[in-house]
Design a protein around this ligand. Structure first.
Ligand SMILES: NC(=O)c1ccc[n+]([C@@H]2O[C@H](COP(=O)([O-])OP(=O)(O)OC[C@H]3O[C@@H](n4cnc5c(N)ncnc54)[C@H](OP(=O)(O)O)[C@@H]3O)[C@@H](O)[C@H]2O)c1
Length: 246
């Protein structure tokens, strides 16, 4: 039987890497973006492509209706939607903060709700992975908005994992440090910015979407059948160790 995975934010840097990894592992894919042209540019005519805004209840409903109409029930969800809004709490505009919460937390809540609702209706087990950030786990200057949103995502992981464990539905999160994707092009676009970012990490360097995609693929697979309610850091030690300062 086909294993079907839903990838949101699929035209983004992490979304593309996750889609490539899952497809290589034999999953059949449903890929989502707010812009059909971005999906076509990323995937050609491969996969079931759905244009929808998963930060709204109506958008999420559309995704599951389109999937059902195609006879597809996703049993894996990789929610790769989010943005980075940097700035100190006293300087961030109301619009930027709202945008940060909507992209990172509201989208995760509604998409996970739609996914779990479809699984429960079909009495099917399944597995979801949401994306947090190292900034939710350790105070990082100017990351107040994204830290607040991603801390919400981590609470959502644990709450939903608890509610649905008995139904065989696993919910986990990943918490990366900086990765080289379109979301970070403003920071990593210059040699100076890239060097400064790389030096923040105990294991120096910049992460890649492909590395995180491997971890997410594992969490979604049967190899992680006993793992739920966890948020796995992939941050080169940023949130757990403090090397000797020379
Ligand atoms: N890159 C990093 O350094 C880093 C670090 C920590 C955590 N993360 C997290 O990793 C995840 C993937 O990010 P990325 O680096 O791959 O960024 P990305 O390339 O910008 O992709 C993110 C995607 O999210 C979608 N999106 C953005 N705002 C949205 C909104 N309000 N409603 C619905 N969809 C929205 C966009 O999809 P469409 O425009 O195609 O709809 C976009 O392609 C995010 O959750 C991000 O917070 C990234």
């Amino acid at each position: 039987m086909d294993r079907i995975a839903l990838v949101t934010g699929a035209a983004g840097g992490l979304g593309r890497a996750v889609a490539a990894g899952l497809a290589a592992d034999g999953w059949r894919l449903i890929v989502v973006s707010r812009d059909a042209a971005r999906l076509a540019a990323a995937f050609g005519d491969r996969h079931l492509q759905i244009e929808a805004d998963c930060s709204t209840v109506a958008g999420v409903r559309q995704i599951f209706e389109r999937a059902a109409a195609a006879g597809l029930l996703p049993t894996a969800l990789a929610h790769c939607v989010g943005n980075i809004r940097l700035g100190s709490v006293h300087r961030m505009s109301e619009a930027d903060f709202d945008d940060c919460l909507r992209a990172n937390l509201v989208s995760a809540f509604h998409t996970l709700g739609g996914f779990i609702g479809a699984l429960r209706e079909a009495r099917s087990p399944g597995s979801a992975v949401l994306v947090s950030s190292a900034a939710a786990q350790i105070g990082t200057p100017n990351h107040e908005a994204v830290a607040a949103a991603k801390a919400g995502v981590e609470g959502l992981v644990r709450g939903a994992a608890a509610s649905h464990a008995a139904a065989g539905i696993r919910v986990n999160g990943v918490a990366p440090g900086i990765m080289d994707t379109p979301a970070t092009s403003a920071i990593l676009g210059s040699a100076a910015g890239r060097d400064a970012a790389a030096r923040q990490y105990p294991l120096p360097g910049i992460g890649s979407a492909e590395e995180l995609a491997q971890l997410m693929g594992w969490l979604l697979s049967e190899h992680a059948a006993r793992v739920t309610g966890q948020v796995w850091a992939m941050d080169a030690g940023f949130t757990r160790i403090r090397p000797l300062v020379k």
